[in-house]
Design a protein around this ligand. Structure first.
Ligand code: AQP
Length: 327
């Protein structure tokens, strides 16, 4: 039996190189030797104010980008969360066994809410139980995510273990899989804040669908410091971030990169990084254009996946409902 992998991205904006380096690229690594399931988690994207039309087009854009990045629908199942209603059913059941204190400890909630606590939707608070449902519904063994989602996968483990103790062994307890390089790509306009889809600012991120001119402007304007020398120094967050992106995309070792840039300046690093990023995203964009020329293709992929996932969903939900007394 192959190990099962589950992961997803919320269509809360355009997919950027942080999502790509921290998540999507790592999903490609085990396409052959794992049983892979990848989702566009559209119900997570409604936990903050949103535009329904943008959600719809962003969801389709994300599916097409998954395929364009190399997630071959013959080798994995790609689907949209809201097409399988059991995600929200299971989320409610798990919410009922999740202590408030566990959710209150989630740093992402604290960071995003700040002083707006009284006004944000309850969905933002219970979002991690929906994420737990996404993962546990498929009995996933591994969840490849960026660093910011590690705490949520750990919470998912706690919820699964609590459920199994209380109602009997129903869920596989999943492991987070975090990349060694690029687990947290920072904003190019502010290297102290994580690169995020929903952060405003023209030069904050590089999107996978950005044209070369936009990529060039964003990287050339990236915030650095006034020091000299190109070295991996976490105390110089702007430079460290650029080098991390360079390293993640070239696969070179630290020493090799530092030797390559010895005696050179930030401008040289930025120019080379522009070329590396464009070379990475151009083929993705070409495939994206081909795929989206036939909108029916995406619909077919999504419908076929839902059909293939049905037996797993039914088996898990049957076990959960029985265990919880809903017979
Ligand atoms: N900056 C990042 N560096 C590395 N990995 C990242 N991920 C997100 N940002 C970075 C990883 O991408 C996957 C998808 O994340 P998500 O869509 O579920 O939500 P997120 O983590 O909250 O991503 P964003 O881009 O910051 O979106 P918004 O602005 O909507 O909150 C996850 O594996 C995540 O770790």
């Amino acid at each position: 039996m192959k190990k099962r992998v589950f992961s997803g991205i919320q269509p809360s904006g355009h997919i950027h190189i942080g999502n790509y380096i921290g998540a999507v690229r790592n999903w490609l690594v085990n396409l052959e030797d794992r049983d892979n399931i990848f989702c566009v988690v559209d119900q997570h994207a409604i936990t903050v104010p949103y535009d329904p039309e943008a959600l719809h087009s962003g969801t389709r854009e994300a599916v097409a980008l998954y395929i364009a990045c190399g997630l071959d629908p013959q080798k994995c199942r790609l689907f949209v969360q809201s097409h399988i209603p059991e995600h929200t059913e299971l989320a409610w059941l798990l919410t009922c066994i999740t202590p408030m204190g566990w959710l209150e400890r989630m740093t992402q909630f604290k960071d995003r809410v700040g002083a707006r606590r009284e006004r944000v939707g309850t969905g933002l608070f219970v979002y991690p139980t929906l994420m737990a449902a996404d993962i546990l519904l498929y009995q996933a063994h591994e969840v490849p995510v960026g660093d910011d989602q590690k705490q949520h996968v750990e919470l998912t483990r706690d919820i699964a273990e609590r459920f199994n103790r209380q109602f009997g062994e129903v869920f596989t307890v999943p492991e987070p899989v975090i990349p060694q390089v690029g687990a947290r790509i920072m904003g190019l306009d502010d290297p102290t804040a994580k690169m995020s889809k929903s952060t405003e600012g023209q030069y904050h991120s590089v999107g996978l669908l950005d044209d070369p001119d936009k990529v060039r402007k964003t990287i050339m304007r990236a915030v650095t410091d006034s020091q000299q020398g190109i070295v991996f120094d976490p105390q110089r967050p702007g430079l460290f971030n650029l080098l991390t992106i360079y390293q993640a995309l070239t696969g070179q070792e630290n020493a090799e990169i530092e030797t390559h840039f010895a005696g050179k300046g930030y401008g040289d690093l930025k120019k080379e990084l522009v070329e590396v990023v464009i070379a990475e995203i151009e083929p993705i964009q070409a495939r994206y254009r081909e795929l989206t020329a036939d909108p029916a293709y995406i619909d077919e992929v999504l419908a076929e996946s839902v059909e293939k996932l049905r037996p797993i969903v039914d088996a898990t939900m049957d076990g959960v409902r029985r265990a919880m007394g809903h017979r």
